[in-house]
Write a protein that binds this ligand. Structure first.
Ligand code: ZN
Length: 338
Protein backbone atom coordinates (compact mmCIF):
# COMPACT_ATOMS: atom_id res chain seq x y z
CA UNK A 1 0.00 0.00 0.00
CA UNK A 2 1.53 3.33 -0.99
CA UNK A 3 2.29 5.58 1.96
CA UNK A 4 1.80 9.33 2.04
CA UNK A 5 5.03 10.31 0.30
CA UNK A 6 4.04 8.42 -2.85
CA UNK A 7 0.68 10.15 -3.08
CA UNK A 8 2.32 13.55 -2.64
CA UNK A 9 4.78 12.74 -5.41
CA UNK A 10 2.07 11.71 -7.84
CA UNK A 11 0.16 14.86 -6.98
CA UNK A 12 3.23 16.97 -7.69
CA UNK A 13 3.70 15.23 -10.99
CA UNK A 14 0.13 16.22 -11.91
CA UNK A 15 0.87 19.79 -10.97
CA UNK A 16 4.07 19.74 -12.97
CA UNK A 17 2.74 17.99 -16.06
CA UNK A 18 -0.96 18.72 -16.41
CA UNK A 19 -1.99 21.69 -14.28
CA UNK A 20 -3.89 24.34 -16.15
CA UNK A 21 -4.40 22.13 -19.19
CA UNK A 22 -7.64 21.03 -20.76
CA UNK A 23 -7.84 17.32 -20.12
CA UNK A 24 -9.29 14.64 -22.35
CA UNK A 25 -10.65 12.11 -19.87
CA UNK A 26 -11.73 8.60 -20.72
CA UNK A 27 -12.07 5.16 -19.23
CA UNK A 28 -10.45 2.77 -21.71
CA UNK A 29 -11.36 -0.16 -19.47
CA UNK A 30 -15.00 0.98 -19.34
CA UNK A 31 -15.47 0.94 -15.57
CA UNK A 32 -15.39 4.70 -15.05
CA UNK A 33 -17.08 5.98 -18.19
CA UNK A 34 -19.61 8.23 -16.42
CA UNK A 35 -17.04 9.69 -14.05
CA UNK A 36 -14.60 10.40 -16.87
CA UNK A 37 -17.37 12.07 -18.89
CA UNK A 38 -17.93 14.54 -16.05
CA UNK A 39 -14.43 15.97 -16.39
CA UNK A 40 -13.75 15.38 -20.06
CA UNK A 41 -12.77 18.62 -21.79
CA UNK A 42 -12.32 20.55 -18.54
CA UNK A 43 -9.25 22.35 -17.29
CA UNK A 44 -7.30 20.75 -14.43
CA UNK A 45 -7.19 23.49 -11.82
CA UNK A 46 -6.05 21.72 -8.69
CA UNK A 47 -4.21 18.69 -7.39
CA UNK A 48 -3.77 17.92 -3.74
CA UNK A 49 -2.84 15.02 -1.51
CA UNK A 50 -4.09 14.51 2.00
CA UNK A 51 -2.57 11.41 3.48
CA UNK A 52 -3.20 8.55 1.08
CA UNK A 53 -5.99 10.26 -0.84
CA UNK A 54 -5.43 12.33 -3.94
CA UNK A 55 -7.90 14.91 -5.17
CA UNK A 56 -7.81 16.33 -8.67
CA UNK A 57 -9.88 19.47 -9.15
CA UNK A 58 -11.38 20.62 -12.44
CA UNK A 59 -13.38 23.58 -13.62
CA UNK A 60 -17.04 23.82 -12.64
CA UNK A 61 -16.53 22.25 -9.20
CA UNK A 62 -15.71 18.80 -10.53
CA UNK A 63 -13.31 16.62 -8.60
CA UNK A 64 -11.87 13.14 -8.89
CA UNK A 65 -10.76 11.33 -5.78
CA UNK A 66 -8.31 8.45 -6.08
CA UNK A 67 -7.04 5.98 -3.51
CA UNK A 68 -4.49 3.62 -5.01
CA UNK A 69 -4.90 0.91 -2.37
CA UNK A 70 -2.87 -2.27 -2.58
CA UNK A 71 -2.76 -2.71 -6.32
CA UNK A 72 -3.33 0.73 -7.79
CA UNK A 73 -0.82 2.40 -10.06
CA UNK A 74 -0.37 5.60 -12.06
CA UNK A 75 1.60 5.43 -15.27
CA UNK A 76 2.72 8.70 -16.79
CA UNK A 77 4.01 8.93 -20.34
CA UNK A 78 5.01 11.78 -22.59
CA UNK A 79 7.24 14.80 -22.17
CA UNK A 80 7.66 14.25 -18.46
CA UNK A 81 10.10 16.43 -16.67
CA UNK A 82 12.28 14.15 -14.64
CA UNK A 83 13.05 15.94 -11.46
CA UNK A 84 13.33 15.73 -7.74
CA UNK A 85 10.23 17.05 -6.15
CA UNK A 86 10.33 19.99 -3.79
CA UNK A 87 9.46 18.69 -0.37
CA UNK A 88 7.99 21.82 1.12
CA UNK A 89 4.47 21.97 2.43
CA UNK A 90 1.55 23.30 0.48
CA UNK A 91 0.34 26.62 1.80
CA UNK A 92 -3.38 26.70 2.09
CA UNK A 93 -6.11 28.19 4.19
CA UNK A 94 -8.66 25.55 3.35
CA UNK A 95 -8.70 21.89 2.53
CA UNK A 96 -11.16 22.32 -0.28
CA UNK A 97 -11.28 25.87 -1.53
CA UNK A 98 -9.77 25.95 -4.98
CA UNK A 99 -6.84 28.26 -5.19
CA UNK A 100 -4.23 29.14 -7.74
CA UNK A 101 -1.67 28.76 -4.99
CA UNK A 102 -1.77 25.06 -5.60
CA UNK A 103 -0.18 25.46 -8.95
CA UNK A 104 2.94 26.99 -7.46
CA UNK A 105 5.55 25.07 -5.56
CA UNK A 106 8.54 26.52 -3.79
CA UNK A 107 11.25 27.13 -6.41
CA UNK A 108 10.13 24.32 -8.69
CA UNK A 109 12.76 25.12 -11.29
CA UNK A 110 15.55 24.71 -8.78
CA UNK A 111 14.61 21.07 -8.60
CA UNK A 112 14.60 20.35 -12.29
CA UNK A 113 17.05 17.78 -13.41
CA UNK A 114 17.56 16.89 -16.99
CA UNK A 115 14.05 16.76 -18.34
CA UNK A 116 14.21 15.10 -21.73
CA UNK A 117 11.89 17.53 -23.39
CA UNK A 118 12.64 17.46 -27.06
CA UNK A 119 11.12 16.52 -30.32
CA UNK A 120 12.88 15.43 -33.45
CA UNK A 121 12.47 17.29 -36.75
CA UNK A 122 10.08 14.69 -38.15
CA UNK A 123 7.61 15.62 -35.47
CA UNK A 124 7.61 12.29 -33.72
CA UNK A 125 7.91 12.62 -30.01
CA UNK A 126 10.30 11.02 -27.60
CA UNK A 127 8.32 9.58 -24.76
CA UNK A 128 9.45 9.19 -21.20
CA UNK A 129 7.67 7.02 -18.70
CA UNK A 130 7.21 7.20 -14.99
CA UNK A 131 5.33 4.57 -13.03
CA UNK A 132 4.15 4.91 -9.45
CA UNK A 133 2.54 2.27 -7.30
CA UNK A 134 3.58 0.90 -3.95
CA UNK A 135 7.13 0.87 -5.20
CA UNK A 136 8.17 3.62 -7.53
CA UNK A 137 9.99 2.74 -10.72
CA UNK A 138 12.72 5.18 -11.72
CA UNK A 139 11.74 7.47 -14.59
CA UNK A 140 12.73 5.96 -17.89
CA UNK A 141 13.50 7.80 -21.06
CA UNK A 142 12.80 6.00 -24.27
CA UNK A 143 14.58 8.60 -26.36
CA UNK A 144 17.25 6.11 -27.33
CA UNK A 145 14.62 3.67 -28.55
CA UNK A 146 12.52 4.05 -31.62
CA UNK A 147 10.22 7.09 -31.21
CA UNK A 148 6.72 6.25 -30.10
CA UNK A 149 3.58 8.01 -31.10
CA UNK A 150 1.79 10.21 -28.62
CA UNK A 151 -0.40 9.43 -26.89
CA UNK A 152 0.66 5.80 -26.51
CA UNK A 153 -2.11 3.21 -26.70
CA UNK A 154 -3.52 2.30 -23.28
CA UNK A 155 -1.97 -0.94 -22.04
CA UNK A 156 -3.93 -3.24 -19.75
CA UNK A 157 -6.99 -2.26 -17.72
CA UNK A 158 -6.87 1.54 -17.56
CA UNK A 159 -9.65 2.76 -15.29
CA UNK A 160 -9.04 6.42 -16.03
CA UNK A 161 -6.94 8.11 -18.67
CA UNK A 162 -6.15 11.81 -18.30
CA UNK A 163 -4.64 13.18 -21.47
CA UNK A 164 -3.07 16.61 -21.65
CA UNK A 165 -1.15 18.32 -24.43
CA UNK A 166 2.07 16.37 -23.99
CA UNK A 167 1.61 14.06 -21.01
CA UNK A 168 -0.85 11.26 -20.37
CA UNK A 169 -1.59 9.69 -16.98
CA UNK A 170 -3.18 6.24 -16.85
CA UNK A 171 -4.73 4.92 -13.65
CA UNK A 172 -4.69 1.16 -13.12
CA UNK A 173 -6.46 -0.86 -10.44
CA UNK A 174 -7.21 1.76 -7.76
CA UNK A 175 -9.14 0.74 -4.68
CA UNK A 176 -11.18 3.91 -5.16
CA UNK A 177 -11.77 6.30 -8.03
CA UNK A 178 -14.83 8.50 -7.87
CA UNK A 179 -16.23 11.76 -9.20
CA UNK A 180 -17.25 14.32 -6.59
CA UNK A 181 -18.17 17.95 -6.11
CA UNK A 182 -16.45 20.09 -3.48
CA UNK A 183 -19.00 19.07 -0.86
CA UNK A 184 -18.04 15.48 -1.39
CA UNK A 185 -14.36 16.37 -1.16
CA UNK A 186 -15.03 18.33 2.00
CA UNK A 187 -16.79 15.36 3.58
CA UNK A 188 -13.89 13.03 2.78
CA UNK A 189 -11.23 15.53 3.84
CA UNK A 190 -13.01 16.13 7.14
CA UNK A 191 -12.60 12.47 8.07
CA UNK A 192 -8.83 12.56 7.60
CA UNK A 193 -6.39 13.45 10.30
CA UNK A 194 -3.69 16.07 9.69
CA UNK A 195 -1.06 15.71 7.01
CA UNK A 196 2.17 17.60 7.80
CA UNK A 197 2.61 18.64 4.17
CA UNK A 198 -0.91 19.92 3.86
CA UNK A 199 -2.14 21.24 7.18
CA UNK A 200 -0.94 24.14 9.21
CA UNK A 201 1.78 22.87 11.54
CA UNK A 202 0.91 23.98 15.08
CA UNK A 203 -2.85 23.45 14.71
CA UNK A 204 -2.31 20.05 13.11
CA UNK A 205 0.05 18.94 15.83
CA UNK A 206 -2.34 20.14 18.51
CA UNK A 207 -5.12 18.08 16.98
CA UNK A 208 -2.96 14.95 16.89
CA UNK A 209 -1.88 15.51 20.47
CA UNK A 210 -5.44 15.90 21.64
CA UNK A 211 -6.65 12.71 19.97
CA UNK A 212 -3.67 10.53 20.92
CA UNK A 213 -3.65 11.68 24.54
CA UNK A 214 -7.28 10.77 25.16
CA UNK A 215 -7.24 7.33 23.54
CA UNK A 216 -6.76 4.00 25.32
CA UNK A 217 -5.96 2.51 21.89
CA UNK A 218 -2.32 1.39 21.41
CA UNK A 219 -0.12 3.98 19.72
CA UNK A 220 0.78 1.33 17.15
CA UNK A 221 -2.86 1.34 16.03
CA UNK A 222 -3.36 5.09 16.31
CA UNK A 223 -0.45 5.87 13.98
CA UNK A 224 -2.08 3.84 11.20
CA UNK A 225 -5.54 5.29 11.82
CA UNK A 226 -6.01 7.75 8.95
CA UNK A 227 -8.46 9.78 11.04
CA UNK A 228 -5.69 10.45 13.60
CA UNK A 229 -2.75 11.19 11.27
CA UNK A 230 -3.11 10.88 7.51
CA UNK A 231 -0.53 9.14 5.36
CA UNK A 232 1.34 6.72 7.63
CA UNK A 233 1.46 3.12 6.43
CA UNK A 234 3.04 -0.03 7.77
CA UNK A 235 6.65 0.81 6.99
CA UNK A 236 6.65 4.30 8.44
CA UNK A 237 4.64 3.17 11.46
CA UNK A 238 7.24 0.60 12.51
CA UNK A 239 10.14 2.92 11.84
CA UNK A 240 8.64 5.93 13.59
CA UNK A 241 7.94 3.85 16.69
CA UNK A 242 11.50 2.57 16.74
CA UNK A 243 12.96 6.02 16.22
CA UNK A 244 10.88 7.24 19.17
CA UNK A 245 11.81 4.13 21.20
CA UNK A 246 8.12 3.55 21.85
CA UNK A 247 6.45 0.23 22.58
CA UNK A 248 3.67 -0.17 19.97
CA UNK A 249 1.29 -1.40 22.70
CA UNK A 250 1.51 1.79 24.73
CA UNK A 251 -1.99 3.24 25.06
CA UNK A 252 -2.20 6.62 23.36
CA UNK A 253 -3.12 8.38 26.57
CA UNK A 254 0.02 7.06 28.27
CA UNK A 255 2.38 8.37 25.59
CA UNK A 256 4.10 11.42 27.08
CA UNK A 257 3.23 14.70 25.41
CA UNK A 258 6.86 15.20 24.47
CA UNK A 259 6.87 11.86 22.62
CA UNK A 260 3.76 12.77 20.63
CA UNK A 261 5.46 16.02 19.71
CA UNK A 262 8.55 14.08 18.64
CA UNK A 263 6.48 11.61 16.59
CA UNK A 264 4.75 14.41 14.73
CA UNK A 265 8.00 16.24 13.97
CA UNK A 266 9.66 13.01 12.94
CA UNK A 267 6.80 12.07 10.62
CA UNK A 268 6.97 15.53 9.07
CA UNK A 269 10.66 15.05 8.43
CA UNK A 270 10.45 11.49 7.07
CA UNK A 271 7.53 12.42 4.84
CA UNK A 272 9.41 15.41 3.43
CA UNK A 273 12.45 13.30 2.60
CA UNK A 274 10.17 10.63 1.08
CA UNK A 275 8.51 13.19 -1.17
CA UNK A 276 11.82 14.64 -2.23
CA UNK A 277 13.54 11.34 -2.99
CA UNK A 278 10.80 8.80 -3.61
CA UNK A 279 12.46 6.52 -1.05
CA UNK A 280 11.41 5.64 2.47
CA UNK A 281 14.59 6.67 4.23
CA UNK A 282 14.42 6.17 7.98
CA UNK A 283 18.01 5.53 9.06
CA UNK A 284 21.15 7.68 8.80
CA UNK A 285 20.19 8.95 5.36
CA UNK A 286 17.40 11.08 6.76
CA UNK A 287 19.76 13.67 8.16
CA UNK A 288 22.56 13.19 5.68
CA UNK A 289 21.49 13.92 2.09
CA UNK A 290 24.81 12.64 0.75
CA UNK A 291 23.82 9.15 1.90
CA UNK A 292 20.44 9.22 0.21
CA UNK A 293 21.18 6.83 -2.60
CA UNK A 294 18.53 4.97 -4.57
CA UNK A 295 17.89 1.91 -2.48
CA UNK A 296 18.94 -1.37 -3.99
CA UNK A 297 20.51 -2.88 -0.91
CA UNK A 298 18.87 -5.64 1.04
CA UNK A 299 15.74 -4.76 2.91
CA UNK A 300 17.11 -6.17 6.18
CA UNK A 301 19.79 -3.49 6.11
CA UNK A 302 17.51 -0.74 4.90
CA UNK A 303 15.26 -0.26 7.90
CA UNK A 304 15.59 -0.24 11.67
CA UNK A 305 12.89 -2.86 12.20
CA UNK A 306 10.53 -3.21 9.24
CA UNK A 307 10.58 -6.78 7.82
CA UNK A 308 13.44 -7.66 10.18
CA UNK A 309 11.72 -10.19 12.43
CA UNK A 310 14.21 -12.68 13.89
CA UNK A 311 17.19 -10.50 12.94
CA UNK A 312 19.33 -8.68 15.51
CA UNK A 313 18.43 -5.09 16.29
CA UNK A 314 20.89 -2.66 14.67
CA UNK A 315 21.30 -0.98 18.06
CA UNK A 316 21.16 -3.64 20.78
CA UNK A 317 21.33 -6.98 18.91
CA UNK A 318 18.10 -8.25 20.46
CA UNK A 319 15.95 -10.15 17.93
CA UNK A 320 13.32 -7.97 16.26
CA UNK A 321 9.82 -9.36 16.70
CA UNK A 322 6.77 -9.24 14.47
CA UNK A 323 3.21 -9.36 15.70
CA UNK A 324 -0.26 -8.40 14.64
CA UNK A 325 -1.54 -5.14 16.01
CA UNK A 326 -4.67 -3.61 14.55
CA UNK A 327 -4.79 -6.20 11.80
CA UNK A 328 -1.36 -5.40 10.40
CA UNK A 329 2.04 -6.77 11.28
CA UNK A 330 4.17 -4.45 13.36
CA UNK A 331 7.91 -4.98 13.76
CA UNK A 332 9.69 -3.78 16.86
CA UNK A 333 12.61 -4.30 19.23
CA UNK A 334 11.44 -5.55 22.63
CA UNK A 335 14.57 -4.12 24.28
CA UNK A 336 14.92 -0.68 22.67
CA UNK A 337 11.16 -0.18 22.72
CA UNK A 338 10.49 -1.76 26.10
ZN1 ZN B 1 17.13 -2.87 20.08
Amino acid sequence: MPEGHTVHRVTRQFVRSLAGQVIAASSPQGRFVEGAAQIDGLQLTDARAIGKLMFLGFEHDRWIQVHLGLFGMWKFAGDILLFDFPAGPVKTSSRVKQSREFLQWPNPDAHLSRGRKRSDPTGSRHVSRWRVSEEEAPPRSTSDDAPEGFPPEPVGAVRLRLLGSSVVADLHGPSKCEALDSEGVEALAAKLGPDPLFDDGPAAEARVLEVVRREPTPIGVLLMDQTVIAGIGNVYRAELLFRARLNPHTPGREVPEEKVHQLWLDWSKLLGVGVETGQMFTMEEVDDPSRRKPVTRREDMRFWVFHREGLPCHVCKTDIIAEQIGGRTVYWCPACQA
